[in-house]
Design a protein around this ligand. Structure first.
Ligand SMILES: [Cu+2]
Length: 138
């Protein structure tokens, strides 16, 4: 082996360069998957007597996703997402859309305040949430 091969230090081992490459590809693939699956997240929320079906009660998204909730209710009231300073008034039988970007990460309560029970408004903040919005970091 010629002596000049060792001048200026040895090259990095091939194995470590390969690992670094796979790491890059993995990161790119998962970022792409998140972007494609969650960039625009539409949900139908059908509120019946102030409650949602169990499979609609957890909404998981990623930070930066654009959310579009198509809300219906059989009773009048209001839907609140206090952490995001969002509220919509609902009339019985009406459907409304709530569109916003998930700008903050965390678990947030989505609340329903029925119009037929005004005294319930304050206590509703201590009752079970209508749904939980879970925003994960990307
Ligand atoms: Cu509220």
């Amino acid at each position: 082996m010629p002596a000049h091969w060792f001048e200026g230090g040895s090259p990095p081992p091939k194995s470590s360069r390969r690992v670094w490459c796979f790491g890059c590809i993995g990161t790119a693939v998962s970022a792409l998957a998140h972007a494609q699956l969650n960039a625009e997240a539409t949900r139908d929320l059908h509120i019946v007597n102030g409650a949602l079906m169990p499979d609609q009660r957890l909404i998981k998204v990623y930070k930066g996703d654009r959310l579009r909730w198509r809300v219906t209710s059989n009773a009048s009231g209001s839907l609140h997402l206090h952490a995001y300073r969002l509220a919509i008034q609902m009339q019985a039988g009406q459907s409304r859309e709530l569109a916003f970007t998930a700008f903050a990460t965390g678990r947030f309560r989505v609340e329903w305040h029925g119009a037929s029970a005004p005294a319930q408004t304050a206590s509703a903040h201590h009752a079970a949430a209508l749904a939980m919005l879970e925003v994960q970091p990307r």
